[in-house]
Design a protein around this ligand. Structure first.
Ligand SMILES: NC(=O)c1ccc[n+]([C@@H]2O[C@H](COP(=O)([O-])OP(=O)(O)OC[C@H]3O[C@@H](n4cnc5c(N)ncnc54)[C@H](OP(=O)(O)O)[C@@H]3O)[C@@H](O)[C@H]2O)c1
Length: 345
């Protein structure tokens, strides 16, 4: 079977590099164009040394991209929306990692991003790229907006309990810890090694933009959402604190999670009674497309602490993009995403 051709816009970045690695090993996609305005003409393996020997493709500018079957956009927030009319002529399917098209409602976008959406009529054409919630729509979609990395971790941690009406959904607190590659490859004072190494820093304790997506997808009106940056390079861990509405025991919660994720090949329930890996942890998920979820019941406060972990560049961005592309192109959902991770790492 002939492979479908693809282009990555923003291929010199962290998400773009991860996508290149996944596409080069994919059974049904071939990587035809990889863009960088700064490194056009240079081998992509110069910037992503893990790709040495796998390709002799060179970066090109976006203006040099020809027609392909699928475009993966990994540009900074705000870069795709103003030029969507030009980009959509290049491919029948576009998968975007940025925040440009994640909201259904332009007013909601303006509320969380502080300015009107540059192409509000576009928003209704895009599907939120979380297969665990929108698999059927993604299969028919031509434009897919992959969720924010912390939003994926937050939503998947607790949604089974919210949908089962098992928790008070007006009082959920999401506490997230995020590794440094989540901020992309452009250095800033905050990401400079002497400022970041070994540091746990409260980064955004209220008002994070991903809150808006989480409210939209959980269909709730408010939630606490705090982010702490960690010294790790990859990974997100989310603790979602919620108060139980019903007297549930572990067995009933197992049933709720198991049923909700019965058809989700990348969500694993991790809740062991003993050993050192009792609950999800991000390190062993590096390079994978898994989201591990678990929980602990706190009988003292009648609350549940739901836990999820992902690789921000995997299930949080590039892996999720491939998962969505597989579904939208009629391929097996897991194609090209079989890597199980490393242990120890
Ligand atoms: N990092 C994560 O964990 C993560 C997770 C989920 C979603 N996302 C989202 O995914 C997108 C990419 O993130 P990233 O971390 O890969 O960012 P990044 O490392 O900063 O890479 C950005 C890419 O966009 C290109 N670019 C920058 N400005 C451009 C412009 N004006 N025109 C054309 N190309 C431009 C850069 O290429 P040049 O070489 O030309 O500068 C680079 O290839 C962002 O929207 C981000 O919010 C990131």
């Amino acid at each position: 079977m002939q492979k479908l051709s693809t282009a990555i816009l923003g291929a010199s970045g962290y998400v773009g590099g991860e996508l290149a690695q996944l596409l080069l090993g994919h059974p049904h996609f071939e990587l035809k164009f990889a863009t960088s305005e700064n490194f056009a003409g240079k081998l992509i393996s110069k910037i992503h040394p893990n790709l040495r020997g796998a390709t002799d493709l060179k970066f090109c500018k976006i203006s040099e991209v020809g027609k392909v079957d699928v475009i993966f956009a990994c540009l900074p927030h705000g870069s795709l929306a103003p030029r969507i009319a030009e980009i959509e002529k290049l491919a029948p399917k576009i998968i975007d990692s940025s925040a440009d098209f994640r909201f259904e409602d332009p007013e909601n976008f303006e509320k969380w991003y502080g300015h009107p959406h540059p192409a509000p009529a576009e928003l209704k054409k895009w599907i939120y790229g979380l297969p665990e919630l929108h698999r059927a729509e993604i299969k028919k979609a031509s434009k897919i907006a992959v969720p924010g990395c912390t939003a994926t971790a937050a939503i998947l941690s607790i949604i089974p309990l919210v949908k089962a009406d098992a928790v008070d959904s007006s009082k959920i607190i999401f506490d997230l810890k995020v590794a440094s590659s989540g901020s992309g490859n452009k250095p800033s004072i905050g990401s400079h090694h002497p400022e970041r190494a070994g540091v746990l820093r409260s980064y955004q304790l209220a008002g994070h933009r991903h809150t808006g997506e989480v409210l939209q997808e959980l269909k709730i009106s408010s939630a606490g959402y705090s982010i702490t940056s960690t010294p790790a390079v990859r990974g997100i861990i989310c603790h979602a604190h919620a108060f139980l509405k019903k007297d549930l025991d572990d067995k009933s919660i197992w049933k709720i999670y198991r049923e909700f994720y019965a058809d989700a090949p990348f969500v694993r329930i991790v809740k062991e009674a003993n050993g050192i890996h009792q609950l999800p942890e991000p390190k062993i998920l590096s390079g994978t497309n898994f989201c591990d979820v678990g929980w602990v019941l706190d009988s003292n406060s009648k609350s549940v602490i739901a836990v999820s972990a992902i690789d921000n560049l995997g299930k949080g961005a590039a892996g999720a993009s491939i998962q969505c592309a597989n579904l939208a192109c009629g391929f097996e959902e897991k194609a090209g995403l079989e890597f199980l991770g490393l242990h120890p790492i």
